[in-house]
Unconditional design. Structure first.
Length: 137
């Protein structure tokens, strides 16, 4: 933990990085996504398609390549609904307005409601949980 207070500039920078990372993800540019978003060792994903929560982030070459093949291209705009910051935590509540080709599905809307919780570790922000839900539900 740091003793520095989270500033508005810190949160603005985090929002910009998340917006850029979201574009990289929908376009299958997983190396860029991983360069922008660091995941904590205790990262938890609540998949928007349901199923059990996933713990840990697999950034192995095989996992990165598989994800890159699954997300084939599209467009996304990040709509930040609210931000919160306290101590070494920053929270972004957002809607990822996404449209694109994912998996073997035809091009369609893939918009998600997301809550991204970041914990500052040293000078780096690490994504801790990422619950997501289809924006259409």
């Amino acid at each position: 933990m740091t003793n520095e207070r989270v500033t508005e500039a810190d949160v603005d920078d985090l929002v910009a990085r998340v917006a850029e990372a979201t574009v990289a993800y929908i376009n299958g540019d997983m190396r860029r996504y991983i360069a922008l978003i660091k995941h904590a060792d205790d990262y938890t994903l609540m998949p928007p398609t349901g199923g059990p929560p996933r713990r840990g982030h697999d950034s192995s070459d095989a996992a990165v390549e598989a994800t890159a093949q699954f997300f084939q291209g599209g467009e996304v705009t990040l709509e930040v609904v609210e931000t919160y910051a306290s101590g070494d935590l920053a929270v972004l509540v957002a809607i990822e307005h996404q449209h694109g080709e994912v998996g073997n599905y035809p091009e369609q809307d893939w918009s998600l409601r997301v809550t991204l919780v970041f914990r500052r570790e040293g000078s780096a922000w690490r994504l801790v949980p990422r619950p997501a839900r289809s924006a259409g539900r």
